[in-house]
Design a protein around this ligand. Sequence first.
Ligand SMILES: *Cc1c(COP(=O)(O)O)cnc(C)c1O
Length: 435
Amino acid sequence: METKLQLQNSSADLFARALQVAPGGVHSPVRAFKSVGGTPVFFDRAQGALLWSVEGREYIDFCQSFGPLLLGHRDPDVSEEVRAAIDTAWSFGACEPYSLALAEWITARLPWVQKLRFVSSGTEAVMSALRVARAATGRKRILKFEGCYHGHADALLVKAGSGLAGVAASTSAGVSEGVASETLVSPLDDEAALQQVFAEFGHEIAAVILEPLPANYGLLIQRREFLDEVVRLARAHGSLVIFDEVISGFRVALGGMAELLGIQPDLVTYGKVIGGGFPVGCYGGRRDLLDLVAPSGPVYQAGTLSANPVGMRAGLATLQKIERVNAYAQLETKTAQFCDGLNQQLQQRGLPYQMTRFGSLFWLHGQTEQPIRNIEQIPAEHGKRFGPIFHAALERGVYLAPSGYEVGFLSLAHTDELLARASTALIEAVAAARS
Ligand SMILES: *Cc1c(COP(=O)(O)O)cnc(C)c1O
């Protein structure tokens, strides 16, 4: 029965049908394989570090749903909690104890999250945090960094404009000039540019938003001094500091980069790992700022499915297990071994590629002499060169995220045996893509 269904539904057939009913055949752009070429693989089953396509092929998964699955697919403890949730209630639109449990768990551990509000995505968390920042400061401008991604809120679909330093241009049709012009953009890793933007616009900047570990345009690990300067300038000019930790929160440490850096942001956004693979986001921070949010304050923000009990319970089960098994130490060792091993072999074989790594995140890119800290330093043609590597890896049973600008993720379910297999496949893929 199942086999018959699979034979009728090859990925190519399903994609042809999907193209008829959804833009580009997908519900989020990178899934369409546009930057790597070819037809997307359709998956219909996953377990741990493995994925299976509708054709029944097995893949070692380094995309992990773009980050949420720190324990891997369908972790047994999370699975049990989700089943219990389904058997109890999956939505109330009313008060319930599950979001309280998750909120108390988080606020007890992350001192900079004095209060929080759950939403359903990272984008929503960021949109809401910016609204709070504008309300709190009475200022209209937001400063972001080129190479940081913050979801698809209008104000953040911008890049550096060609005119005045800092002034932005939109990167998406449908974003009005007015909205784009309220956002300022500065390069990463550049204190002088930052000082210039603050000198010019500091008194108008409601908040500086940044990924303290930029991981959505490759992995652009920042110097400590640069991050300190961002915070110093923001504080000096009365601007709030928003850490967008949607990807780094609960991924590099329970408290994300805020914990590792010892920097307390005024507001912080979470997503991805916080929901254990279900649609959960959250914004939090200083009590006085969160008290501006309705119904206690004048900033409106709401959600029909906000704090959905399935997501809340999956999230809490995930975070509790991470803490219980000391996941970060294990992930650090695993990922360091995997990436160091790969780098050694790449070098031995004379393949000019390398892995940049932070915690359990990695990024494969052409070899550079210096660490890559901003988008200008990314090797030319990086995006184009990644396509053949991606497909050569896919042929060898390894699924990377289908874009050279996405990072890879390890989960606790990536065993040494799977990592050894993946490592061999990736080396061969890099070699094959070059020949
Ligand atoms: C993924 C991500 C977002 C957007 O979250 P969605 O849940 O996709 O809306 C925002 N900021 C960062 C840093 C992210 O990694």
